[in-house]
Every structure is written in C-alpha cells, then in structure tokens.
Ligand binder design. Structure first.
Ligand code: DAH
Length: 338
C-alpha cells in the first residue's frame, strides 16, 4: 500500500459521501476487518525485515487519518440534516395531523367522581385514608376487638408479624380518623381501595373499591339514613327507587342493616336482580356508641349513621360488567368501551 495515494483516494471518496449510509460503506472499505488497511497490516510479515517498521507506521498513520476524515464528514452530514430540517424542507403542511389518543377515565374513577360531586352537593366532605392501616383503626376502634369472630370474615393481609399493621379490609377505618379530626356535626365520604385475601372469581377480587359514608349530628335517626340513601340512588340511577332495610350485623353499627333498592333495570325480575326485583345496594346502620367513643365523640350528645358502598360492584351494575376481574385486567379492549 502506498500511504499517500491511499489517503488521497480515501479523502476523495469520503468528501463525496452524501449520506451516512455511503459514508459507512467507505469506512468499511478502508477500515473494516477485511479492509484496505487491515490487508496492508496483514501483509507486513511478508516484507523484508528492514521495511516492516516503516510499512507498519505508514499503515497506522493512514488508518488514523482516514478515521479522522470519516468523523469529520459525519459531523458535516449531521449539521446539514439539522439545517435542512430547520429550514422546513420536506415538511408538508397539507398532511393531516397525527391522531391524538386521549384515552378515557376508568369506570371506577367515573363512578367515584360522580358520587363525590353528588355528596359534595349535599354538604359532605371527601376524605382520604391510608391503604396500609393500623389494626386499631381497621378493627379495634370499630368495635372489633382482637378475638372478635367478625375478624375472620375480613381475610386480612397482614403487613407485620404481630398483626399491628394491615392492608385495610374496608374504608370504615376512615370513620375513626374523621371523628378524631373533625368537630361534630359533620358529614364525610371516603372512597378508596381495600384489600382482602380472597380467592378470585367473577365477583371477588383481592383489591376492590368502597366508599364509606358517615354523618354525625344531633338525634340522627334511621329516617335520615334512608333519606340520604334515596338521594344517592336518585343520583346514580336518575330516578326515584324504593328502598327496604333488612337486619344486618356489623359490629360498628347498631342497629345495622342491609339496604336493598328496587331493581332499576326491570319491573318484574331480571338477571341483574336474580328475579327478585330487589338489588342489594349497601350495608349501613347507626354508628355504635363504642365507635363514637373510640373516635373521641360523646355518644350521649351525638349520634350518627354510616354506610359502606361497594364501588366496584356499583360500577359493574351501572355499566353491565359481568366479571369484576375485567376492572383491573388492564385490557384496552375492555377499557376503551368507557
Ligand atoms: N365496612 C363494611 C365491610 O366492608 C361495610 C359497612 C357496613 C360499612 C356497615 C358501614 C356500615 O359503614 O355501616 O364489610
């Protein structure tokens, strides 16, 4: 190889490269594993000993010089590309814009926001509570002491060895936190995520949403409770629906009820109401005096009602979703429908 001639020839080729692909090609031709320089270096061993040093130095000089030329040319090409982009070349203002994918709110979010608006309009405050909760708030202060059988039905995820910290199994602990922070009279709702160690099926999931409600005031009665629930139903289903109370047991209310509403989807029985014309809406009741005391409120002076609405279930009812697992599957084919 004649170093000077090779370098000259390479310079011409590099300078005439119009894009990176052509430049890569030239670079490979000279500097590649089977390129001109590699061949020259490989041939050195066959030269007479006194020529080897000079030939080696020459080849290495050529190699370095070509690499510098290639790098410089690449910079020139980059600058030119940037310049042409800036000048607007190749921009076609008549093309339609790329479609903006805006997405939509999750059905649970939609139901939650609607209910928040409804309750805000009735003078309720919206509260939040921790999802990892102290045993005290999740159970103890709700009149569910350590050995109480009601604990069994809660299928609790425990977060530490002595069970002092749990994934909250319901939103009811926010009742106690509200009582500690607010002066009665007050009205609050607390929507949020809850967790239970459930065997997952079409109607159970380990993660689900509830919305707690609590009103504390003077002489609060079951009548107030029914009135509030009828308003809730009107808000959700946009018409008046009859309600009925059945006795229900929850340690934190006395009396406690299961509140049913007339099925909003039929007159004389359908698959949603399992042909009964009633749908189970929510459990509720008058706040147990022990719970008021645990929240620092004098049960002699104040009384209240509370309810626990299953938001996942409500969203399913509302949108006709037949399997709770769809809600958290993250499948866009499902989510795009809302
Ligand atoms: N916290 C209960 C549960 O998840 C539901 C509940 C029942 C809430 C009665 C209430 C209530 O506020 O009054 O099983």
């Amino acid at each position: 190889m004649n170093p000077e001639a090779t370098l000259e020839e390479a310079r011409d080729q590099i300078d005439s490269c119009a894009d990176h692909a052509a430049l890569k090609e030239v670079e490979r031709h000279y500097l590649g594993r089977k390129g001109v320089v590699a061949a020259a270096l490989a041939g050195i061993g066959a030269l007479p000993p006194e020529q080897r040093k000079q030939a080696g130095q020459g080849a290495n000089r050529v190699k370095q010089a070509i690499q510098e030329l290639v790098d410089a040319r690449a910079e020139v090409l980059d600058a030119a590309a940037l310049e042409s982009e800036r000048s607007g070349a190749g921009f076609d203002p008549s093309l339609p814009p790329a479609r903006l994918e805006t997405g939509s709110l999750h059905p649970i979010t939609q139901v939650t926001r609607e209910l928040e608006d409804l309750f805000l309009s009735m003078g309720y405050a919206v509260l939040d509570g921790p999802e990892v909760e102290l045993d005290h708030y999740n159970f103890e202060a709700l009149n569910i002491p350590k050995d109480h059988p009601a604990r069994d039905s809660h299928d609790t995820f425990f977060c530490d060895d002595d069970g002092g910290l749990v994934m909250r199994t319901h939103t009811s602990p926010v009742q106690v936190r509200a009582m500690e922070q607010l002066e009665p009279p007050f009205r609050v709702i607390a929507p949020g995520r809850c967790f239970r160690q459930e065997t997952t099926d079409a109607s159970h999931d380990h993660t689900f949403y509830q919305m707690e409600g609590m009103v504390v005031g003077r002489d609060i009665s079951v009548g107030h409770l029914i009135g509030a629930m009828r308003t809730l139903l009107r808000g959700i289903f946009e018409r008046d629906l009859d309600v009925r109370l059945r006795p229900g047991y929850f340690p934190f209310v006395e009396p406690g009820f299961e509140l049913d509403a007339r099925c909003p989807f039929c007159e004389d029985g359908c698959s949603v109401c399992k042909r009964t014309t009633w749908i189970e809406l929510l459990p509720c009741g008058l706040v147990h005096p022990n719970v008021l005391s645990a929240g620092g409120i004098d049960p002699e002076k104040w009384s209240g009602f509370a309810f626990g609405l299953g938001l996942s279930r409500l969203a399913m009812l509302r949108y006709g979703i037949d399997d709770v697992r769809h809600l958290f599957g993250g499948d866009l084919r499902f989510l795009e429908q809302f």
